[in-house]
Design a protein around this ligand. Structure first.
Ligand SMILES: Nc1ncnc2c1ncn2[C@@H]1O[C@H](COP(=O)(O)OP(=O)(O)OP(=O)(O)O)[C@@H](O)[C@H]1O
Length: 353
């Protein structure tokens, strides 16, 4: 990976929700880069700020949210602009042509009273170019990629499609205008295991053929293991670890990533091997001092209570925000053995749907 292929450079991004109960620090000083053609997974427990982060990349935060600092630098054809400074018109173009977001819950994403074709036309018309031509030509290619019969789907109402078909159709719609970046929020949630498998295959193939970069949000470590090139672990609004997928799964540096890995079933392990992370994520109105993970961390010391650790590169491309990375590594050498790979049981079943 090089600096020259960075499509998105997020710098020190902080987002606060001004809620009636107080200011929720949903995303704090987050920095990362997204490279051309790569898939970056954001993982972490519910409430750690994954959705807030991704919504801020396309300026779709609700009214009570405020970006209090940071930049979202987007590069296309050699020119770099800060998305946060885009006006409404620039933003509308950006949202489909440059950076599309496919939200979770494909079941509700379509207008129930419009045929799929009309919904594709609406998207195409919202942008420059000949909408009919875009839909007829490009949609055919995209439906081939998502392995659906274009005529049948385009002439259907949403209720006539199965959950898996709707999710594939949504993916095709997401890339209709050839974006460089696709953000996927829990792309396989609410789908059965065989359909999940099929969606993952389709996504991988689309990415190979169309070359876009992916940011995807997931609770599912097996999905991250299979789809991501790099993984960012988020905790309490911060990226606490970032690195290549194999490093994250075999050589975790942060106790929180380690805790996540130990809390999922693996092939060949018993229930006794499962360890849950004690406690629960902090209240982001009044987060803990120092390292926000310290109240739940088995490695925590007084320094962790006092000082927030910065995200620093530990080995090439692999960073963590922890004062005790050496102890984490020393305590869990067995993770480096292949048997400790997160279970891919649910993603290695036969393709279906
Ligand atoms: N509209 C809102 N108003 C106030 N607080 C909010 C709002 N949306 C999110 N939050 C808070 O911001 C923090 C981050 O939430 P966010 O939804 O980004 O996390 P997440 O990791 O995406 O969670 P999930 O996996 O459940 O979607 C949480 O503390 C959440 O309660």
């Amino acid at each position: 990976m090089s600096q020259s292929d960075v499509v998105l450079d997020v710098k020190n991004l902080s987002v606060v929700y001004h809620s009636p109960r107080g200011d929720v620090k949903a995303t704090s000083d987050v920095s990362f880069q997204l490279h051309s053609g790569e898939a970056l997974a954001l993982i972490g427990e519910s409430g750690c700020g994954k959705t807030t982060l991704s919504l801020s990349l396309i300026k779709m935060l609700p009214g009570i949210a405020e970006v209090t600092q940071g930049e979202v630098l987007y590069t296309r054809d050699g020119s770099t602009r800060d998305v946060l400074n885009f006006n409404d018109h620039q933003m509308r173009l950006y949202r489909w042509q440059d950076c599309a977001m496919v939200f979770q819950g494909a079941q509700n994403a379509f207008n129930p009273v419009l045929k799929i074709k009309d919904q594709f036309l609406d998207t195409a018309r919202a942008h420059e170019g000949d909408a009919d031509k875009i839909v007829t030509k490009r949609a055919l290619e995209l439906f081939r990629l998502v392995r659906l019969d274009p005529q049948r789907v385009l002439n259907s109402y949403p209720h006539e499609l199965s959950g898996g078909m709707k999710q594939r159709t949504l993916l095709a719609l997401g890339v209709l205008l050839n974006p460089q970046i696709v953000i996927l929020d829990e792309p396989t949630t609410a789908l059965d295991i065989l359909t999940q498998r099929a969606i993952i295959d389709v996504l991988n193939e689309m990415q190979r053929e169309l070359g876009f970069s992916i940011i995807f949000i997931s609770h599912d470590l097996a999905l991250a293991a299979e789809m991501a090139d790099r993984v960012a672990t988020m905790y309490a609004g911060q990226i606490v670890e970032l690195g290549p997928v194999n490093d994250i799964f075999y050589k975790p540096l942060h106790p929180y990533t380690l805790g996540l890995l130990q809390s999922v079933p693996k092939l060949g392990t018993t229930q006794d091997d499962l360890v849950s992370i004690p406690g629960s994520p902090p209240n982001l109105i009044n987060p803990p001092s120092g390292c926000k993970f310290h109240p739940r961390c088995p490695f925590a010391t007084e320094k962790c209570v006092q000082e927030s650790p910065p995200l620093v590169e530990y080995e090439e491309g692999h960073s963590a925000a922890c004062w005790h990375t050496e102890e984490v590594i020393a305590a869990h050498p067995s993770l480096r053995e292949p048997a400790s790979q997160p279970s891919t049981a649910q993603t290695t079943t036969e393709q279906g749907a």
